[in-house]
Design a binder for this molecule. Structure first.
Ligand code: URA
Length: 220
């Protein structure tokens, strides 16, 4: 592990060396990643997307069916919900870096359907070097963890989104971060809870917009 790794906004140091290179190089290298078995059934690696000088880094869980086919994060139903939330919060998606904790779609084949399966701890660990590499390139000052998988990767295993959603956490490297609902968790909420869940996501992203000075509001 090299010195700068200590400054990464990640809860645990890495065992694997952090791949080097700019974002395009990393994306190319990640296409051939064989660090865990998820690459085999997946269509492709779904690397992060966004500018190297992004205002904030948003981290999801893992690509879904549509992301696996398109090769880009957050393009399916949860991406559409996220887009609406970003828009309402006054954040432009093009100015953010969107990525996932795990970069391959994990699924179970049931007839023609590919049913989402959560990446396990070993698969998450195997993929952490790519998230670290993205962080080393971006040096994000603001990190947004969407859902428990990303939140625990960034803030530690004890972190609970249900308890600490929307609260700023200090991170190494003079960064700060907050966690919010994963858009697909909002989609899965019961009908009577979904609108409130969406509002909470917008509220949390609104805090991010304020922090980065987007949406015409002042930074705090
Ligand atoms: N869910 C995620 O966590 N990430 C995506 O890219 C799509 C769905």
């Amino acid at each position: 592990m090299t010195d700068p790794d200590f400054l990464l906004p990640l809860a645990k140091p890495l065992a694997d060396p952090v791949p080097a290179g700019d974002l395009r190089t990393l994306e190319r290298k990640a296409r051939d990643c064989r660090n865990c078995p998820l690459w085999r059934p997946a269509t492709q690696t779904v690397f992060g997307d966004g500018p190297a000088d992004a205002l904030a880094m948003l981290i999801g869980e893992q690509p879904g069916n549509q992301e696996d086919i398109a090769g880009a994060p957050f393009v399916g139903p949860s991406g559409q919900l996220l887009d609406r939330a970003l828009q309402e919060a006054g954040l432009e998606r093009e100015r953010l870096y969107l990525t996932n904790t795990v970069k391959h779609f994990k699924f179970e084949q049931r007839g023609k359907a590919r049913l989402h399966k959560r990446a396990n701890a070993a698969e998450q660990e195997a993929c952490r070097m790519w998230l670290a590499a993205e962080m080393l390139q971006l040096r994000p000052k603001v990190v947004v963890a969407l859902g428990a998988m990303a939140a625990q990767t960034v803030f530690g295993r004890q972190f609970r989104v249900t308890r600490e959603r929307g609260r700023w956490q200090a991170l190494p490297g003079q960064a700060r971060g907050l966690a919010s609902w994963h858009p697909s968790a909002v989609l899965r909420m019961p009908d009577e809870r979904r609108e409130a869940g969406f509002r909470e996501l917008v509220e949390d992203l609104g805090r991010v917009a304020e922090a980065v000075g987007a949406g015409g509001k002042t930074a705090t």
